[in-house]
Design a protein around this ligand. Structure first.
Ligand code: KG4
Ligand code: ZN
Length: 344
């Protein structure tokens, strides 16, 4: 497929309604995200019905804003890309049906993109983004998984969490401490003032030679320690809260990186890309950069702005597929679960 103009990308798989316009060379002309955090925050998690209704209310405005920010009209576009899955089906449907109607009215090709593929290639236009092959870690609220990305073969899934995602662990810890959803960034900030050695939390599957994660035991260990400290101290001191956050954060980050570097060793791949919302985490970023050279691995950190859900990443993944001649065009259905790079 030949592109004759920028891509309009739409992402609506979860609680962010996003649209972006990205040029053929990866330059971002518009990048709009309408976050639903305020809608879902009082419930302590995402309410699917609210999410799809809010996507319905905002998708047209978000796309119109992207076009106006880029200063282009629908006829200038080369193609339309949209997330087909995985995610909340109601939310995916809104974005996909809007994109289908828009592409058809504008006479443009519609390209389906896997959400995880978006996270993996979100930084693709950055000058330091590695050439494939690389190991990709996507650590987000709904997924925590490792992939081998190669441009001469489908993306290979290497392993994932057996239970909670890393972002989910962060959000649950934040909830136990009484902070609103999503709480990952709050734990990150509090942890920076804490002593990571005061409370040591377990790292599941540490000694196993598998590329799997597990975070649900950590959540239970945190709850037990929290209750114990509440019994001892009553109202917890600021220092104890910070120390608890530093302890849990250290365990999550170490788990994420141990398996990622193990994946690099097992596959003999020397480039590593981290993406997804948890890749905003300050300790994960600094530890990845510190441990990279020890492991003979070059680490690429997705720019923070494009770690959390956005539509520019969907456009970047579409550009890669166009460059590789592996485009999933026009005839596809939304999926709540689906393997990355699997034919649908
Ligand atoms: O990628 P994303 O926007 O949505 C999914 O695809 O899931 O990721 C959202 C997740 C939430 O769980 C949020 O708490 C977490 O990313 N997160 C963080 C940080 N910023 C966002 N977790 C740890 N530290 C952060 N700084
Ligand atoms: Zn995501």
């Amino acid at each position: 497929m030949q592109l004759s103009g920028p891509i309009l990308a739409i992402e609506s798989s979860c609680d962010d309604c996003a649209a972006a316009i990205v040029k053929e060379d990866g330059t971002i002309l518009a990048d709009v995200v309408d976050s639903q955090t305020r809608t879902h925050s009082p419930y302590g998690g995402i309410v699917p019905e609210h999410a799809s209704r809010q996507h319905l209310a905002s998708v047209a405005t978000v796309v119109a804003k992207a076009l106006s920010d880029a200063g282009i009209s629908p006829s200038d576009l080369g193609a339309v890309a949209v997330t087909y899955g995985p995610g909340l089906v109601g939310s995916l449907l809104v974005g996909a049906q809007f994109a289908r109607g828009f592409a058809s009215a504008a006479g443009k090709t519609l390209i389906g993109i896997h959400h995880i593929e978006g996270h993996l290639f979100a930084g693709r236009a950055h000058p330091e983004f590695p050439r494939e092959p690389f190991i990709g870690l996507v650590a987000a609220g709904g997924h925590t998984a490792l992939y081998l990305c190669r441009d001469d073969a489908p993306i290979t899934f290497l392993g994932e969490t057996r239970d909670d995602a890393a972002g989910e662990a962060y959000d649950k810890v934040a909830k136990m401490l009484g902070y609103p959803y999503p709480g990952g960034h709050i734990i990150d900030q509090l942890a920076q003032r804490g002593d990571p050695k005061r409370f040591v939390f377990p790292i599941a599957l540490k000694a196993w030679n598998t590329l799997e994660y597990s975070f649900s035991g950590l959540k239970t260990a945190f709850r037990i320690k929290l209750n114990e400290m509440r019994e001892k101290e009553g109202e917890l001191s600021e220092q104890t809260i910070a120390d608890l956050c530093a302890g849990v954060q250290t365990a999550i980050v170490q788990a994420l990186l141990d398996k990622a570097f193990l994946a690099c060793r097992q596959t003999q791949v020397s480039h590593f890309v981290i993406g997804g919302g948890v890749a905003c985490n300050s300790l994960l970023r600094s530890e990845a950069l510190r441990r990279g050279p020890e492991n003979d691995v070059r680490v690429f950190l997705t720019p923070k702005k494009h770690c959390t859900d956005n539509a520019a990443m969907i456009a970047q993944a579409a550009l890669r597929r166009i460059a590789l001649g592996r485009v999933l065009a026009d005839d596809f259905a939304v999926r709540s679960t689906s393997e990355v790079d699997a034919p649908i």
